[in-house]
Design a protein around this ligand. Structure first.
Ligand SMILES: [Zn+2]
Length: 651
């Protein structure tokens, strides 16, 4: 690269669109996809003050309230060791006759969450907890020969499933959580003992499955088994031992892989959170196979496209009562109290993240951002720090959260992890580029390059973001600024110079320069109000149901607290809603075309996102705030408009 003047920066744009840009330096047409990219480690990114840091702090406090010895109780019992504290309640001690049997899953999630929290914050209390749990598990393994379970019947569910006998619950789902916890204790805490325990358990599985026929194994995989293929592929990469990759392939459920690989969406009626982890595993196997395994790649990409574009609500969440429903039936499910399981969003984000690593396309981060705000940040009670299971689309409903010690749902476990790893997707890098992906206050310490980048922003309450670079020596860098698809024209100002406009919505805007200490880039990404129709609406009723969005932020109407005692009754023991929520709530009705809803909605506060919509039936108006801030209050998410001839189809 040559520079036309000492301080020039190049406006590289992206793809063919680059040629249309005004430039103060030479231009270069880049390939439409920047290719693979890697994320930074959690220790390299620190969150600044804002909603994500607040969520992280609530999660820190919750993780520190939990007692490792209580989570270890049944692991010790099964290994013939004396437990040191009573077991927790909820799914950790549910009666053995209940079909949901995933005793011990919490320990795996906790290991992941605590290891990530240690890497994110540097707080050694989390490292101590990880080390303690790993040492305890190693003590159990010394007795069992490798397996680690907390099931009421020890190792029997694993052994019986491999033997082709009837088996209770979801033993491989839980085993995946334990293995993933050990993997993360190794990757995020640097625990050698965790890697040893991971290898020991995987070796036990490898031996136990060796003489099991592929047919029998496939039959076993009809039951939910988490991301067993994913952790085994990870272990193959960590150890370089191809034996684990072969085992990972054997743990791939062909009933899902085959149709996806052919580009056939047969997801209707399937349990969603059973499928997503398998697909994460397909993608990992492809990545670890280094160019082999195109079928895994095709399946993962097709699945992502199908779920994101055709099966998701405006929030990025999907499903009803944990299952995929027929794509044309969205309106029928809006009234359900059990739409949008939070685990599913968690796992879709993990899949998105791993797809981005292979192909750093803005569309992945666009979805990531949408689901991060409207699904993950939204899942935590801003007072108690407790987290959701479902996030219901039912008009007049309210979010419900788990109890601290007597729930331990699947979503409690993934929830612990969610708020410990916000730092990992804000930035990414490849050989020549630094990607700025999310507008989140943070500081990136890029140690390898000696660059510190501080991002200051009040996004989404403000559309400005300021990036300040610190470095001892000037150095050449290509900075890839994400221009989100929701923003028409983004303006970019370097060191206070006249702003340039990017019209590359949905692509990266590249700046190539010799970065000097103190260099500043100011971004403005104006948001606008839009209507987000339900996916797959028939052509003649495409405007019948829609949610209101402001940029990537879903807006919800505040409908008060009638019949609720905020706090106590919203923290619940089980997934059931409780009849207290069935109180009749007056839902404002919009009896006009939806585009008029958009025209009647105005922002009313410049400091934070607040809107008012006027013109509802009876002259009513409603206040709207971001859906992610809607806690302990009734809400409405989707609006039904009248089609031009006044006809309304029956939902
Ligand atoms: Zn869940």
């Amino acid at each position: 690269m040559t520079h036309s003047r000492r301080d020039a920066f190049k406006l590289l744009g992206a793809g063919a669109a680059a040629a249309a840009l005004p430039a103060s330096g030479a231009m270069e047409v880049l390939p439409a996809s920047p290719g693979p990219a890697g994320y930074f480690g959690l220790s390299e990114v620190k969150l600044g003050d804002g909603p994500f840091l607040r969520a992280q702090k609530l999660d820190e406090a919750y993780l520190l309230r939990l007692e490792p010895d209580r989570m270890l109780h049944n692991f010790r019992v099964n290994a013939g060791l004396r437990p040191k504290a009573p077991v927790y309640g909820g799914w950790e001690s549910v009666d053995p006759w209940i079909e949901i049997r995933c005793h011990g899953h919490t320990l795996g999630h906790y290991l992941t969450a605590a290891a990530c929290m240690f890497e994110s914050t540097g707080d050694t209390r989390f490292a101590e907890r990880v080390d303690y749990i790993v040492a305890e598990l190693a003590e159990c393994q010394a007795k069992t020969g490798g397996w680690l379970t907390a099931f009421p019947d020890g190792v029997a569910p694993l052994a019986d499933s491999l033997a082709g006998k009837p088996f209770p619950g979801v033993p491989w789902y839980t085993t995946h959580k334990v293995l993933a916890g050990l993997r993360d204790a190794h990757l995020h805490r640097g625990s050698k003992q965790a890697l040893d325990a991971f290898v020991k358990f995987a070796d036990w599985i490898d031996t136990a499955a060796r003489d099991v026929s592929d047919d029998r194994l496939q039959k076993m995989l009809d039951r939910e088994h988490g991301g067993m293929n994913e952790v085994l592929a990870d272990l193959a990469e960590i150890t370089g031992d191809g034996r684990y990759l072969r085992l990972a392939r054997r743990f791939c459920h062909l009933a899902l892989l085959d149709p996806l690989e052919r580009g056939e969406d047969r997801l209707d009626g399937l349990h969603s959170n059973t499928q997503i982890p398998k697909v994460i595993g397909f993608n990992r196997i492809y990545a670890v196979s280094r160019g082999g395994g195109g079928a895994y790649d095709r399946a993962a990409q097709f699945f992502w496209e199908s779920v994101v574009n055709e099966r998701s609500f405006a929030t990025g969440g999907h499903g009803d009562f944990e299952h995929f429903f027929p794509k044309a039936e969205f309106p029928k499910h809006l009234g359900s109290a059990k739409t949008m399981e939070t685990c599913c969003t968690h796992n879709m984000l993990r899949l998105t993240r791993s797809l981005f690593e292979r192909d750093a396309s803005v569309r992945y981060t666009d979805y990531f951002e949408r689901a991060l705000y409207n699904g993950i940040l939204a899942s935590q009670d801003s007072e108690s720090g407790m987290m959701t299971y479902f996030q219901s689309t039912q008009p007049g409903y309210v979010r419900l959260y788990h109890t601290p010690f007597d729930s331990f749902w699947c979503c409690t476990g993934t929830g612990m992890e969610n708020h410990a790893r916000y730092g990992e997707n804000i930035y990414a890098r490849n050989v020549d580029s630094l990607f700025v992906n999310l507008f989140i206050p943070s500081t990136l310490e890029w140690r390898e390059r000696g660059i510190t980048l501080t991002q200051a922003t009040r996004f989404p309450d403000s559309d400005n973001t300021r990036l300040v670079f610190r470095c001892k020596e000037p150095q050449n860098l290509r900075i890839a600024l994400r221009h989100p698809a929701w923003c028409e024209t983004m303006s970019i100002r370097v060191n206070g110079r006249r702003a340039v406009k990017s019209r590359l919505a949905g692509e990266y805007y590249y700046i190539e320069r010799r970065v000097r200490d103190g260099d500043t880039i100011e971004l403005r990404a104006p948001m606008r109000l839009t209507l987000e129709p339900l996916p797959n609406a028939p052509a003649n009723s495409s405007s019948e149901w829609a949610a209101l969005m402001y940029g990537p932020i879903v807006l919800a109407a505040r409908l008060g607290t009638a019949g609720l005692t905020p706090g106590s009754q919203l923290i619940i023991n089980e997934r059931e809603s409780g009849t207290m929520l069935n109180e009749k709530v007056d839902i404002p009705q919009w009896n006009r075309p939806l585009h008029e809803l958009l025209a009647n909605t105005k922002r009313t506060n410049s400091a934070e996102l607040r809107f008012t919509t006027t013109g509802f039936e009876g002259g009513k108006s409603v206040e709207l705030i971001p859906w992610f801030r809607m806690t302990q209050e009734r809400y409405n998410l989707y609006w039904r408009g009248a089609t031009p001839d006044g006809y309304r189809s029956q939902a």
